[in-house]
Design a protein around this ligand. Structure first.
Ligand code: XMP
Length: 507
C-alpha cells in the first residue's frame, strides 16, 4: 500500500505548494477539503493543516471536527492550521498589532525538538498572517519565537502535534524543507519511496485491474499530458487503447504530421483526423475570442464523438487531466469549486466511464513519468500550447491565409529558439498575428502589410509569467528572417508585458 500524508485544505494560496514540497521528499500526499478527512483510509500516516484566508474567530471560518485525527496521527498545523488547533483547545488568537508579511528570523527555538533537527541559528522564516496566537493552552509548549511573534511554533506536550505560525513550504523559509522533512520522515516515518518508477509500476497494475479487457479511447493533443497518459495506458492495456488526434487546422506548421509520426513510433494505436476544412468553415467571420473558443471546443467534441463511435464497444474515455486541473479548491465564500477538465463536455456527451491516470501528478512529475516511460525528450519538453491553437493568436477573424502566414512566422521564431539554445529556457513562446497593417519599404516599393508580435515568457505554472529577456541579437535575427521570408509581414514587435496584468495569450 502506498503510504500517504493528507493535507487538509483550509483555502490557503500555498496549499498546493505544501503538496509539492512533500512530493519533493519522494513522499506521496493528497490535498483534501478541510472537512473531508478520509477516516477509513489505512494508508494515511500523517496530517498537515494548511493556512487559510480566514481568522479562526470569524463566524464563517472553516472549522473541522478533529476527533478522527487528534491523537491518532502525527499533525503539523501551518499558520491558520496552528491557530485553529490552539484556539479549539482554549488558546487565544487575536489580530496582530501590525499584519506580518515577509521575513523574520527564528531568534530562539528548541534545538533538541525533532521538528527543528538541522535548522540553523537565526534561520529565516516567511510570515504571512494578520492574526497571532497570544496564548496557548496549558498542555501546549512554545518551541520557537521571533522578535515580533512570541509563539512562532508550539508542540502539544506528550503528543506528536506541532503548530508553526510561519510557512515552511515557501522558498523564503530557508530551512522549510528540512522542517517538513523532519515531520514527514522522522515523525511520520515515511519511507520516501514515491518515485516515477514506483508510480509507473503501481499505476500500470491499477489500470490493468480497473479496465480489464475493456476498450478505451483517448484524445491526443500533441501536448505532454495527453501523450504521457496515452503511453502509460498503452503499457497497461496495449491495443485496447485507441487514440484520436484531431487536426483542427490551427496547429503549428507541420505539427499534425510530425506528432502523428511520433505517436506511431511510440507504438500507439492512433487515428489521425484532418478536420481542418470543417473548422475553417465554422470559424469564418468570427472575431470574438470566446466565440472562437466555443466553436473549436464544440467542433472537437463532435469530431471526436463520431470517430469514437466507429470503434466497437468502447467503455472508457481517458484524459490527461493533471493534479492542478482537478484539486477541489475553496473560494473565500466557502463554496467548493470543482475546476475544469481539459476536454470539457466530452464525458457528459459520450456517456463513458472516465479514466485519468495522471490526475494525482504535478506537471514536472508528468515529465518525469514520461522519461521513465522512455518517451522522446522533444515530446516531454514541448512548450504548452492552447487547445484552440493559433485561433487565439490571430486577432480578429480567421482565414486559411492568415493561419498560413502565422504558421510560417511562428516556425521561424520557434526554430530560432531551438537553434540558439533558448527553447528550454522559456516556458512558452509563439507569434501573434495583429489586426493592423503598417507602411514599410522593400526595395523601391512602398508596402502596406501586416504586423506580428513575438511573445516569449518565463513561468513555473502559467499563473504568473514574466516576458523572457531574449538577447537583442536573437530578436534582430528573427525579425529579419520573418520580414524577409514571410510574405505579407513587414513589421515585427516584441511583447514585454508580464502576467499579471497582461495574460500569456492575447485572446
Ligand atoms: P493565459 O493567456 O490565460 O494562459 O495567461 C495561461 C496558459 O493557458 C494556456 N491557454 C489555454 N489552454 N485552452 C487551453 O487548452 C485555452 O483556451 C487556453 N487559453 C490559454 C496558455 O497557452 C498558457 O499556457
Amino acid at each position: 500500500m502506498q503510504e500517504k500524508i493528507i493535507i487538509l485544505d483550509f483555502g490557503s494560496q500555498t496549499t498546493q505548494l505544501i503538496a509539492r514540497r512533500v512530493r519533493e521528499l519522494d513522499t506521496y500526499c493528497e490535498i483534501v477539503p478541510y472537512n473531508k478527512f478520509p477516516k477509513d483510509d489505512e494508508s494515511v500516516i500523517g496530517v498537515i493543516l494548511s493556512g487559510s484566508p480566514f481568522s479562526v474567530y470569524d463566524e464563517t471560518a472553516f472549522k473541522t471536527d478533529m476527533t478522527e485525527i487528534w491523537g491518532k496521527y502525527p499533525i503539523l498545523g501551518i499558520c491558520y492550521g496552528a491557530q485553529f488547533m490552539s484556539y479549539m483547545n482554549g488558546g487565544k488568537v487575536e489580530p496582530a498589532g501590525t499584519r506580518e508579511y515577509g521575513r523574520a528570523h527564528l531568534d530562539t527555538f528548541c534545538k533538541d525538538n525533532v521538528l527543528f533537527k538541522g535548522v540553523r541559528e537565526k534561520s529565516q522564516v516567511w510570515m504571512s498572517h494578520g492574526d497571532t496566537i497570544t496564548a496557548i493552552p496549558a498542555n501546549f509548549k512554545t518551541i520557537a519565537s521571533t522578535d515580533k511573534v512570541a509563539i512562532a511554533a508550539y508542540q502539544v506536550e506528550g503528543a506528536q502535534i506541532w503548530g508553526v505560525q510561519f510557512h515552511p513550504e515557501v522558498f523564503h523559509t530557508e530551512d522549510g524543507t528540512q522542517i517538513l522533512k523532519n515531520f514527514v520522515v522522522d515523525v511520520c516515518g515515511c519511507k520516501q519511496d514515491w518515485s516515477p518508477a514506483s508510480f509507473v509500476e503501481s499505476t500500470v497494475a491499477e489500470l490493468k485491474k480497473q479496465i480489464g479487457d475493456d476498450k478505451v479511447v483517448l484524445g491526443l493533443s500533441g501536448g505532454v499530458d495527453s501523450s504521457v497518459a496515452a503511453v502509460l495506458l498503452h503499457r497497461a492495456i496495449g491495443t485496447n487503447l485507441t487514440c484520436i488526434f484531431v487536426d483542427h487546422g490551427m496547429l503549428r506548421k507541420n505539427e499534425y504530421s510530425n506528432v502523428l509520426h511520433d505517436y506511431e513510433c511510440l507504438g500507439l494505436n492512433v487515428i489521425g483526423v484532418d478536420a481542418s476544412a470543417q473548422f475553417f468553415g465554422e470559424l469564418a467571420g468570427v472575431s470574438d475570442p470566446e466565440g472562437k473558443r466555443k466553436i473549436i471546443g464544440k467542433g472537437f467534441i463532435d469530431v471526436f464523438d463520431v470517430e469514437a463511435h466507429k470503434i466497437k464497444e468502447v467503455k472508457w474515455l481517458a484524459q490527461g487531466t493533471i493534479y492542478p486541473d482537478c484539486i477541489e479548491s475553496l473560494s473565500i465564500t466557502g463554496t467548493v469549486i470543482k475546476s475544469h477538465h481539459n476536454v470539457g463536455g466530452l464525458p457528459e456527451k459520450m456517456n463513458l466511464k472516465l479514466c485519468e491516470p495522471l490526475r494525482l501528478l504535478f506537471k514536472d512529475e508528468v515529465r518525469k513519468v514520461g522519461r521513465q516511460l522512455g518517451m522522446p525528450e522533444h515530446l516531454i519538453t514541448r512548450h504548452p500550447f492552447p487547445g484552440p491553437g493559433l485561433a487565439v493568436r490571430i486577432l480578429g477573424d480567421i482565414t486559411p491565409e492568415k493561419v498560413h502566414i502565422l504558421q510560417e512566422a511562428d516556425d521561424i521564431f520557434i526554430q530560432g529558439l531551438r537553434d540558439w539554445g533558448l527553447y528550454d529556457k522559456v516556458w512558452q513562446a509563439g507569434v501573434i498575428l495583429l489586426p493592423v497593417q503598417s507602411v514599410g519599404v522593400m526595395g523601391d516599393e512602398r508596402t502596406y502589410e501586416r504586423a506580428v508580435a513575438l511573445r516569449a515568457v518565463t513561468s513555473t505554472d502559467a499563473m504568473t509569467a514574466d516576458w523572457a529577456h531574449l538577447p537583442y541579437e536573437f530578436l534582430g535575427k528573427v525579425s529579419n528572417d520573418i520580414i524577409n521570408k514571410v510574405k505579407g509581414v513587414n513589421r515585427v514587435t516584441y511583447d514585454i508585458s508580464s502576467k499579471p496584468p497582461a495574460t500569456i495569450e492575447w485572446e
